[in-house]
Design a protein around this ligand. Structure first.
Ligand code: IPE
Ligand code: IPE
Ligand code: MG
Length: 247
C-alpha cells in the first residue's frame, strides 16, 4: 500500500478503544488487552515518527475511567508507570517530545514523579510532539481554562468584554499545538467520550471497527488515505476551496 504523502495531517488525535473486547474475544483478562494496547502505542508512535506526522495526541485514561473496577484502574496505573519506565529512553533517542495532559494530581506520587522526569528528559526534543491524555476530560480542560480567565478578570488583568475564543484557547491543554486535523477512534464506537471538545471543532472524524490492539500500519494508512480524500471547507463553499487551491 502506498503512503499518501500529500495532505498528511499535521496533528492526529486518537481514542484508543477496544482493549477490553480484544481480551474478551480471546478469553483473556482485560489487563491482557491493555498490555497488548501498549504495544500498539509503541508501533503507532514509531510510524508517526517515520512518516513525519508533527503531533500525536493519544487518549489513554479519561476522567470518567475512574468509574471502572478498582482493580482495573490500579492495573492501568501500573501499566502506565511501567510503559514510561520502559519507553523513556527510546522516546528520547527518537527525538520525541512527550507531555501528559490531564489532572495528574490524582495519580500515585510515583507515577507523577515519573511523568515529570520523562517530560523533562524529552522537553527540548524537536521531533514528534506526543501528548498522552491521562485523567483527561474535555470538560475538565474547559473548566480549568475558564477558571484561569476568571482569576485574571478578578485580578483586573482582563476585561471580560475583550475575551475572545483565543483567550480561552490559550489556557487549554494543547495550547502549544495546532488543532487536530484527523481524529481516529478504534473499537467501533462513534462518540467523543469527553475527549478534546473544543479542539475537535473542525477535525475530520474517522471511526474504525478495528480494536486498538489490532490497529496496525495498514489500518493507520487507511485512515490517512481517507483523510487525504476529504475537502476541508471551514464554513466556505466547495467552489471557494477549489479556487483557493488554484490561485
Ligand atoms: C480503551 O479500551 C482503554 C481505556 C479506556 C483505558 P477499553 O478498556 O475501553 O476497551 P473496551 O471498550 O472495553 O473494549
Ligand atoms: C474512551 O474510551 C477513553 C479512552 C480510550 C481512554 P471508553 O471506553 O472509556 O469510552 P466509553 O465509556 O465507551 O464512552
Ligand atoms: Mg472502551
Amino acid at each position: 500500500m502506498t503512503l499518501p504523502l500529500a495532505n498528511l495531517p499535521r496533528h492526529v488525535a486518537i481514542i484508543m478503544d477496544g482493549n477490553g473486547r480484544w481480551a474478551k474475544k480471546r478469553l483473556l483478562p482485560r489487563y491482557a488487552g491493555h498490555t497488548a494496547g501498549t504495544e500498539t502505542v509503541r508501533k503507532v508512535v514509531q510510524f508517526c515518527t517515520e512518516i513525519g506526522i508533527e503531533c500525536l495526541t493519544l487518549f489513554a485514561f479519561s476522567s470518567e475511567n475512574w468509574r471502572r473496577p478498582e482493580r482495573e484502574v490500579g492495573m492501568l496505573m501500573d501499566l502506565f508507570l511501567n510503559a514510561l519506565q520502559r519507553e523513556a529512553n527510546r522516546l528520547h533517542k527518537n527525538n520525541v517530545q512527550l507531555r501528559i495532559i490531564g489532572e495528574r494530581s490524582a495519580f500515585p506520587q510515583k507515577l507523577q514523579d515519573k511523568i515529570q522526569q520523562v517530560e523533562e528528559l524529552t522537553a527540548s526534543n524537536t521531533g514528534l510532539k506526543l501528548r498522552v491524555a491521562a485523567n483527561y476530560g474535555g470538560r475538565w480542560d474547559l473548566v480549568q481554562a475558564f477558571q484561569k480567565l476568571a482569576l485574571q478578570a478578578q485580578a483586573g488583568l482582563l476585561n471580560p468584554q475583550n475575551m475572545t475564543a483565543n483567550s480561552l484557547a490559550e489556557h487549554l491543554a494543547l495550547n502549544d499545538l495546532p488543532e487536530p486535523d484527523l481524529f481516529i477512534r478504534t473499537g467501533g464506537e462513534r462518540r467523543i467520550s469527553n475527549f478534546l471538545l473544543w479542539q475537535l471543532a473542525y477535525t475530520e472524524l474517522y471511526f474504525t471497527e478495528v480494536l486498538w490492539p489490532d490497529f496496525d500500519r495498514e489500518n493507520f494508512q487507511l485512515a490517512l488515505q481517507d483523510f487525504a480524500s476529504r475537502q476541508r471547507r471551514f464554513g466556505r463553499t466547495g467552489d471557494q476551496v477549489e479556487q483557493n487551491k488554484t490561485c
